[in-house]
Design a protein around this ligand. Structure first.
Ligand code: ADP
Length: 256
């Protein structure tokens, strides 16, 4: 057994931490993270969203905040608030136009700061938007932070699934419970004629979930309004639509 000092920790006042991962970038991990956070907040949960995607931190944009977090005492950091969610992004610590060339220890320092120095307050759940893939950030986070579990987002496309499998394998190896899989961009329904096209294939994530004995938490369609809402900084889950209801269902399934 590890010694108590070496054991995983979590910020005081935070009940559950759920990480959202993916094998590849661009599959909708950040979109799912922000919408899930907003849907949980709408259901009365106290929700935090930590954007740890160092390669493409997009939560400020998706949540519609341009402010910088303040540090009145020079030690702790005050998070931002948007759509009922307490928010902190590693993007707030970086120059948005500069490539990330931080080395591992610097990245880990920034992550530790976001977990330890941000005044998260009392949260029922913290959602962490991970970088894609299986790198240092994911490894250290799983080892050093007390996580309730991980969600893996993938499109049904083979190239995405192959990488998603690696992410799932990483969580299994690190004993982080995989709470379930989400198939994003699962189908495109023509708004004019209703015809359904499986642009990235179909059913691959369901098959993978069945193989793993993990729940398939949602199959989310390709949806123009979801993309527009994300770009506009008001996640689709904040409104009232079929997609908002899909995210509400997901939120309910995840936190009973
Ligand atoms: P990741 O975090 O995996 O890199 P993002 O969440 O940033 O992916 O999504 C990539 C792009 O795809 C964004 O422009 C986002 O708005 C869009 N997108 C994500 N999910 C959907 C969806 N279900 N329908 C339409 N566009 C989507």
């Amino acid at each position: 057994h590890p010694t108590p000092q070496a054991g995983p920790t979590k910020p005081a006042g935070v009940d559950k931490i759920i990480v959202v991962g993916s094998g590849k970038g661009g599959v909708g991990k950040s979109t799912v993270s922000s919408n899930l956070a907003v849907a949980l907040a709408k259901q009365g949960r106290r929700v935090g969203l930590l954007d740890a995607d160092i390669y493409g931190p997009s939560q400020q944009r998706m949540m519609g905040t341009t402010k910088r977090p303040a540090s009145p005492d020079g030690k702790t950091i005050l998070p931002l608030h948007a759509h009922g969610v307490t928010l902190m992004s590693i993007g707030m610590m970086m120059d948005p136009d500069k490539a990330v060339i931080w080395r591992g220890p610097m990245l880990m320092g920034a992550l530790q700061q976001m977990l330890g120095q941000v005044q998260w307050g009392e949260l029922d759940v913290m959602i962490i938007d991970l970088p894609p893939g299986t790198g240092d950030i994911q490894l250290t986070l799983c080892q050093k932070t007390q996580l309730s579990g991980a969600i893996v987002v993938s499109t049904p496309q083979d190239v995405a699934l192959i990488d998603a499998r690696k992410a799932i394998d990483m969580f299994n190896t690190l004993h982080t419970p995989v709470l379930g899989l989400i198939e994003n961009m699962s189908v495109y329904k023509c708004p004019n004629c209703g015809h359904e096209s499986h642009i990235f294939g179909h059913g691959g994530v369901a098959q993978e979930a069945a193989k793993l004995g993990a729940p398939l938490l949602a199959e989310l369609p390709i949806d123009l309004d979801t993309r527009l809402a994300g770009d506009a900084g008001t996640p689709i889950a904040a409104g009232d639509s079929d997609m908002a209801r899909a995210y509400a269902d997901l939120a309910q399934r995840l936190i009973k």
